[in-house]
Design a protein around this ligand. Structure first.
Ligand SMILES: Cc1cc2nc3c(=O)[nH]c(=O)nc-3n(C[C@H](O)[C@H](O)[C@H](O)COP(=O)(O)O)c2cc1C
Length: 283
């Protein structure tokens, strides 16, 4: 039985961190184990490699971007985390459209790093930039997470898993197929394909007081602290700077991006479904 739960997340706009933390605390209560929070969202948090052993239990979460692990976060998932038979729960959040291949990709990458994935979830959250999924996760989503925590806790208590990651250890199946995975292709309100990879937030100089909150929050380190009214590096459209600006000085005016946002709001307003997977349900 592990002695520590690690709640690990990449969470630019904060939803994934909240879900991972909530779930890790449910597990902590069920197993009477302490929870340690760990983030790899910011550049300074990505300067060390984490190694886990059999005494650790990891809850690992990332958001879905274009149906997969965010492409700029994928190298961090691949390079910063090492495990030896460490039992793990993989969580992706998604903004009410679809998680497509994100959960399958996360389970695949974690297995490659030596983790033994014994539970997984795809959890609906408010979309980072479209007005869909608002109010999620809700009471029903939390009920599903509680069910998963119970199932994972029961699995951990199960003697058959004491062997660890051996040929006999059961493995978890989640939807999403096998690599190579495609990224979701965004469309505009007219149904045509849109490209807004180069879009960056614009800054209203009348509102920006150069406080630097946005610079400190940018997961790509793309906003210089001495010039926070600019965005000089890569922008992943995560909305951290937009949401945290106390003066609403940052916004996106890119036409293709706004057309995709409008399409999402028109097409994906129905409530999407949170899904949970455990060895007990998928074996
Ligand atoms: C660039 C980008 C792409 C996204 N792509 C998807 C997607 O393919 N499907 C979906 O349902 N939500 C998508 N979302 C919404 C996020 O997955 C969701 O809001 C997530 O909970 C955000 O996590 P965070 O708050 O931890 O950053 C996307 C968000 C961003 C910023």
């Amino acid at each position: 039985m592990p002695d520590t739960i690690h709640a690990v997340s990449f969470s630019p706009a904060g939803k994934t961190k909240k879900v991972v933390s909530h779930f890790a605390n449910l597990l902590g209560e069920a197993l009477a184990l302490p929870v340690k929070e760990d983030s790899f969202t910011l550049p300074a948090e990505r300067e060390r490699v984490r190694s886990y052993g059999e005494d650790d239990l990891v809850v690992f979460g990332v958001p879905t971007y274009a149906g997969r692990i965010p492409n700029k976060a994928l190298p961090f998932v691949q390079e910063l985390f090492r495990a030896e038979c460490t039992k793990t729960v993989a969580i992706v959040t998604f903004g009410n459209r679809s998680f497509d291949n994100a959960l399958a990709e996360l389970v695949y990458e974690l297995k490659n790093n030596g983790f033994h994935v014994i539970g997984a979830a795809a959890v609906v959250c408010a979309h980072s930039f479209a007005q869909i999924g608002t109010g999620r996760p809700d009471a029903n989503d939390r009920k599903l997470l509680a069910e998963l925590a119970k199932s994972v806790a029961d699995t951990l208590k199960d003697d058959t898993l004491k062997k660890g990651h051996t040929a006999e250890a059961p493995s978890l199946h989640v939807p999403g197929g096998e690599p190579p995975w495609e990224y979701y292709q965004p469309h505009g309100i007219d149904g045509e394909k849109t490209v807004f990879l180069k879009a960056k937030p614009v800054v209203d100089p009348a509102l920006c007081d150069r406080c630097g909150i946005c610079a400190a929050a940018c997961p790509m380190g793309s906003i210089p602290s001495d010039a926070p009214d600019t965005t000089t590096g890569i922008c992943i459209k995560c909305q951290a700077c937009v949401k945290l600006c106390p003066h609403a000085a940052r916004s996106f005016d890119d036409a293709a991006y706004l057309s995709h946002k409008a399409m999402l709001e028109q097409t994906f307003s129905r409530p999407a479904v949170t899904q949970i997977f455990s060895l007990q349900t998928s074996a």
